[in-house]
Design a protein around this ligand. Structure first.
Ligand SMILES: [Zn+2]
Length: 244
């Protein structure tokens, strides 16, 4: 009985809050209905989802095939620079919206696309930011994504096994080849990495473009004895790979 009254009060408060402080979809700007957060139902259903038939063999996974320890890789949706459909990434990266990153992590982990993907994964490792960059932004967007995935899957996030020893300069003016050189040796394992011996880790980043950063992180992580690793990103740059 008490619970029912509390539920009614909560529902009333939510409706009142929506009326007084209307919340809008970060993608299209439409007003959100009660119970919706960040993204409206239309935009959620209209997301350009990645639909490769296999986690183990797809253009993103092939980027890691050189590593015997690699298991699988997948991404949630295609990202097109400037597209209103993928404004989500821009929002949580540059507009100080870490809660949106957590929300998207939850959405990804709940998606039917990822059914079976998280089986036998022991821990989640977000791509670390440099100390300076994290201070500047206030949070690590990949860590927030990992937190959302963890809330749904129950798999723990490990934030202290690998560090970014140096920040790579802005890559926007570099060619793909130069980008690969630019990220060489920017990560290092910490003594905590010893505890991951024999585990299956999942590396997490917000966007997969050339894959150079994740390949570099993989190269560092495979130094852990008997490790296996998989990769997941929220978005896949559609100018790198196509859905067919
Ligand atoms: Zn919308």
């Amino acid at each position: 009985m008490m619970k029912t009254i509390v539920d009614h009060l909560r529902a009333f408060w939510n409706s009142l809050a929506d009326f007084l402080f209307p919340r809008v979809c970060v993608t299209c700007g439409a007003r959100l209905s009660t119970g919706k957060r960040f993204v409206c139902t239309c935009c959620e259903q209209d997301m350009p989802l990645v639909r490769y038939p296999s986690f183990e063999d797809n253009p993103m996974a092939r980027r890691f095939w050189a590593f015997p320890a690699f298991v699988r890789a997948f991404s949630f949706f295609f990202y097109q620079r400037g597209s209103y459909k993928t404004r989500i990434l821009y929002e949580f990266k540059y507009h100080h919206n870490p809660q949106l990153a957590v929300y998207m992590g939850r959405l990804l982990a709940q998606s039917p696309t990822f059914q079976g993907f998280f089986n036998d994964i022991d821990c989640l490792i977000p791509v670390p930011l440099s100390v300076e960059r994290q201070k500047e932004r206030g949070y690590n967007q990949s860590e927030r994504l990992a937190a959302g995935i963890s809330q749904i899957t129950g798999i723990p996030v490990e934030n202290n096994v690998v560090v970014r020893v140096t920040d790579n300069p802005s890559q926007t003016h570099l060619t793909a080849m130069e980008r690969c050189d630019n990220v060489r040796s920017i990560f290092a394992l910490t003594p905590h990495a010893d505890a991951l011996r024999g585990k299956h880790i999942l590396l997490i980043d917000d966007v997969f473009t050339t894959g150079a950063t994740l390949v570099e992180l993989s190269a560092v992580c495979v130094q852990i004895p008997e490790i296996r690793f998989s990769v997941v990103t929220l978005a896949l740059a559609s100018y790198t790979f196509y859905s067919q």
